[in-house]
Design a protein around this ligand. Sequence first.
Ligand code: SME
Length: 163
Amino acid sequence: MTDYALLERQLQALLDTRDWLTNAAQTCAFLMQEVEGLNWAGFYLQRRPQTLVLGPFQGKPACNPIPFSKGVCGAAARTRATQRVDDVHAVADHIACDAASRSELVVPIVADDRLWGVLDLDSPHPARFDAADQAGLERLVAVFVAASDLAASDLAASDLATD
Ligand code: SME
């Protein structure tokens, strides 16, 4: 079982800059190292209206871009609610970046009431993520948000005016 309280303290110590890019890169490398059974961990960022674009990640090259209307990541962006999928094959519009992926957890990242992006974790194991993983990863996302100057991502507010 993953000790998320420990990971929370370690991530807080690791994120020693306000730079969102450095912190995002460190966060996905940290998750890939510390959370067992993952084949992909990374960020998609909202840098265009209703669209997620690939950000820092660990794992195989991934699908880009992802419209809000598609896939598990799109559902997380649209609803701003964490999506926990035990069997991605059962999700009709799941976007298969890697055929090995069987389960998925996507946590929305909201700052100042704006959807900044999502954190996406994939696993080759069915039902890899339970409620404790969801709660733990939501706390780790909160650590990332608190540590980072998300407003400084080079997204012009006007780019999202049609949201
Ligand atoms: N499976 C995701 C797409 C992103 S990849 O897993 C990295 C989805 O359905 O949104």
